[in-house]
Design a binder for this molecule. Structure first.
Ligand SMILES: NCCC[C@H](NC(=O)CCC(=O)O)C(=O)O
Ligand SMILES: NC(=O)OP(=O)(O)O
Length: 315
């Protein structure tokens, strides 16, 4: 694998999830594979889980790891081709990416959307420029429109907790105080549409996701109905796609509570984290037996390790 930016870069999704679980059982089985290889993790935005789990995954495979918070510690990047750089930007992304490729065998990149210009965000301009110029395999650490390492960890978590061959998985919108990207729900939807699950998305009117990511999902504005007999409830806020990047008024009653969970089939509750407690999800749910969010975050290591292993094997 030379690129991991979406589910479409994966040949066999089930096999990759199984690989992650095998690595969870034997974390150090491939310590020689990454020996003398370097991964450079480049962040344009904050991170806790992605940074630490990918670093740990790489170290489990014997790799050296360099982390660069380029937004804070690098030169101000110019993103426009042909720019006359007589303003505040100091280094063009094409030069920065090419140089980092000289130091790394694999690069990981986090680049959030601006949430101002939909076409620009959905063209993945920053991520794709990086891929084009760095000349080494690239793994997405969450781009403008997708978060595939998160989605793989989510799939692995569902595999571990499911009690039937084809569980019902519900993605529910949750309230938030600010505009968040669609990357996590887009990506989760795209992966679930390829998995052996009964997949339902529920959100208030106006929060429809880009249809490219939701082919095959059942979509409803009725949260109560969606939750009936759910085996997994995946909670996430996102800003509007149509009225791009907007937070629409109302909908505070979409926060998941223990009372709403009563309609489910004793569902496990998932969230990618970080979570705004008592805004997106109540304390009573997060601190209950139903919540698997910490276990899910733990699985980020095995998801990253499975992807890095396949990348190392293709070097
Ligand atoms: N990487 C996991 C999620 C990252 C991001 N959340 C955030 O930016 C939360 C910010 C806040 O709560 O202020 C998102 O939803 O895409
Ligand atoms: N879930 C997730 O990606 O967390 P971080 O943003 O902390 O990496």
């Amino acid at each position: 694998m030379r690129l991991f930016s979406s589910v479409n870069d994966v040949q066999d999704v089930d096999a990759l999830a199984k690989e992650a679980l095998a690595l969870k059982a034997s974390p150090f089985a491939y310590q020689q594979l990454g020996k003398n290889k370097t991964i450079c993790l480049v962040f344009l935005n904050p991170s806790l889980r992605t940074r630490l789990s990918t670093q740990k995954a790489a170290q489990n495979l014997g790799m050296n790891v360099i982390v660069l918070n380029i937004d804070k510690e690098g030169w101000a990047l110019e993103l426009q081709d042909g720019a006359v750089m007589n303003g505040t930007s100091v280094e063009h992304i094409k030069d920065a990416a090419a140089v980092m490729g000289e130091y790394a065998d694999i690069i990981g990149l986090r680049s959030f959307p601006g949430l101002k210009d939909r076409d620009e965000d959905y063209s993945e301009a920053i991520f794709n420029k990086f891929v084009k110029y760095c000349n080494v395999p690239v793994v997405s650490l969450e781009s403008a429109t997708r978060h595939p390492l998160q989605s793989l960890a989510d799939l692995v978590t569902i595999e571990e907790f499911k009690t039937k061959l084809r569980p019902k998985v519900v993605l529910t919108w949750a309230p938030h105080i600010k505009a968040l990207p669609q990357a996590v729900p887009n990506s989760f939807a795209e992966w679930m549409c390829k998995a052996n699950v009964d997949f339902v998305i529920t959100h208030p009117e106006g929060y429809e996701l880009n249809r490219d990511f939701t082919q095959g999902a059942t979509i409803t504005n009725d949260q109560d109905e969606a939750l009936i007999d759910a085996d997994f409830v995946y909670v996430k806020n996102w800003s509007a796609y149509e009225l791009y990047g907007k937070v629409l008024p109302g909908n505070d009653d979409w926060m998941l509570t223990l009372d709403k969970l009563k309609a489910t089939n004793n569902a496990k509750v998932m969230h990618c984290l970080p979570v705004r407690r008592n805004v997106e999800l109540s304390d009573e749910v997060l601190d209950s037996e139903s919540s698997v969010v910490i276990h899910e975050a733990g699985n980020r290591v095995w998801a990253a390790q499975a992807v890095l292993k396949q990348m190392l094997e293709s070097l």
